[in-house]
Design a binder for this molecule. Sequence first.
Ligand code: FMN
Length: 176
Amino acid sequence: MSSKAVPAVGLTGGVADGLNNIDTWIYRRTCAQFTTGITVVTTLDSHGHPHGMTVNSFSSVSLDPPLVLVSIDLKNAILGHFISSSWFAINILAEHQEDLSRRFSSPSENRFIDLNWHAGPSGTPLLDGVLAQLECSVVSTFEAGDHTVLIGEVRRAGHTEGKPLVFFDSAYRQLR
Ligand SMILES: Cc1cc2nc3c(=O)[nH]c(=O)nc-3n(C[C@H](O)[C@H](O)[C@H](O)COP(=O)(O)O)c2cc1C
């Protein structure tokens, strides 16, 4: 069988330069076809200040034990707070919370100003009014390429009724 890479029939893009050198733009556009929800991942720093960022790389990893992961860009200033903390929380956004996604992905001195939130049992900031929430203890962090993968064991989880905010093809969407 030939190892020469060819674009898949009927798909836009394909393989740019053999199997070892996928074009970054094609890679990004292709991954953007995978629909995700949107979360705000939060933690506390050593001074007790809350931090959070918008994340759609959230995934469940294991049922027993209950493990989840998020992947954080090494360039993100907030990364150090997650690495040095023992806890983080995943806040899964509801369909009306696009403003929260924008707030937590934009530069700001304090993304929690004028925001309704409370501290969970671990002290981790929990945003009010979200669709679902998981409070996690950090069990592992490791670098993978230009990101750090954060693995957490879920210690508390809860959800409410409603619809999620959805991200597809690099745009915010709502379920019909
Ligand atoms: C919908 C959406 C999803 C995102 N997902 C991630 C992600 O999974 N990992 C990541 O490192 N950054 C992600 N970002 C970018 C961060 O939210 C953004 O870079 C943020 O400013 C980082 O926080 P910092 O500036 O305090 O370091 C996402 C942004 C948006 C709008």
